[in-house]
Design a protein around this ligand. Structure first.
Ligand SMILES: [Zn+2]
Length: 359
């Protein structure tokens, strides 16, 4: 009896996996329409800046080609001035200019534009032209000068992430989730940066802030904000994350807090070995935040040769382009076409339209 039950279970499991394989072989008939109408956005994509090398030669890779290969309509392109040490005040500010000059040259050479408004994102999508939204991961270049937020905006930034791995040397803005808290959450200057961003129409990215800092920023911001690259902390019985990742994942309460005023949480690929696992991660966040408050924020790099961080090769053996693969697996796992459009970029677009029209 026991034996035959076990055989029956094995048979059913085999039949189920055969059915899954069969389904996997046929494309979802709803996919093409979803892809056509979705302004898909990667909320966190890196570009390597050769800091300290004025007029550095541009990388040889095909930026618009790599963007098209991802299947995303737009990427939020970012760099970190704290990826290199700054020996003295002024150095981060110099690196900020180097990064923007480098990006200006890269975009001009590859005929990729920056989007400043929702209309720009819509136009780029309609024309099939990949477009970037300029971001900075870490605002250490402010060095206590609030007017540099205006300068960043004038230079084309539309997303500003106040903190990253190290503090602003002159006036730190907030505690960082991977370091011991020593600022009491958000500082006065950090609050001023949030307010200046609200006033200008610059999206604030809360990533890398401690939960206390996030709470304080939520209290004073007049606009919804993003947490562009993260995932939900894992519960008992789920696949364990490594210790390095643990402080970077959000508890349910924090996800709810960010979502409540209209915020969007971008889910990254870290910790996932397949697109199916990635869609499970999206689902975990969506179950807590609601489908109107989730996005995709890969935390990858479009330049081939950066190892596993290369956007177009994060999952071994996955041959589909990233966004179409994610969209197809989302449909297969029970998300509606409307959900895919929202999470794929619609939610970010809603927030971007609201924040950038604040002026
Ligand atoms: Zn980051």
């Amino acid at each position: 009896m026991l034996h035959s039950n076990a055989s029956r279970r094995e048979f059913l499991a085999l039949a189920a996996s055969a059915a899954t394989m069969l389904r996997a072989a046929e494309p979802d008939s709803r996919l093409a329409a979803v892809l056509a109408r979705t302004i898909s956005v990667d909320m966190h994509s890196h570009v390597g800046i050769p800091f300290g090398v004025p007029n550095a030669p541009l990388p040889k890779f095909d930026l618009p080609g790599e963007m098209k290969r991802t299947g995303f309509s737009a990427v939020i392109q970012t760099w970190e001035v704290d990826s290199v040490p700054a020996a003295a005040p002024g150095v981060d500010y110099t690196h900020f200019h180097e990064a923007l000059d480098f990006e200006d040259r890269l975009l001009a050479a590859t005929h990729v534009k920056r989007a400043f408004t929702l209309r720009d994102l819509e136009t780029a999508h309609t024309q099939g032209q990949p477009v970037i939204v300029q971001a900075a991961e870490g605002a250490q270049f402010l060095e206590g000068h609030i007017e540099r937020v205006d300068e960043a905006y004038q230079r084309g930034l539309r997303v500003l992430q106040p903190v990253h791995e190290r503090d602003d040397q002159v006036k730190p803005m907030a505690d960082i989730y991977t370091r011991a808290a020593h600022l009491g959450g958000l500082t006065e200057f950090g609050a001023a940066v949030v307010k200046a961003s609200n006033r200008l129409g610059l999206v604030v990215d809360l990533t890398h802030m401690s939960y206390d800092a996030v709470k304080a920023a939520l209290k004073i911001s007049t606009q919804p904000m993003i947490f562009s690259h993260t995932s939900l902390v894992r519960g008992p019985g789920e696949k364990p994350g490594d210790a390095r990742m643990a402080p970077r994942l959000l508890p349910k309460e924090e996800v709810r807090d960010i979502a409540a005023p209209g915020g969007v949480i971008g889910v990254w690929w870290h910790g996932t070995d397949t697109v199916q696992e990635y869609v499970e991660a999206i689902k975990r966040v969506a179950d807590v935040a609601g489908v109107d408050h989730v996005g995709i924020g890969t935390d990858t790099d479009l330049e081939p040769g950066v190892g596993r961080l290369y956007t177009n090769a994060v999952w071994k053996g996955e041959t589909r382009a990233m966004f179409p693969a994610v969209a197809e697996e989302m449909l297969r796992s029970g998300f509606t076409p409307e959900d895919v459009t929202k999470i794929g970029g619609g939610n970010f677009c809603r927030l971007f339209g609201k924040v950038t029209s604040a002026r």
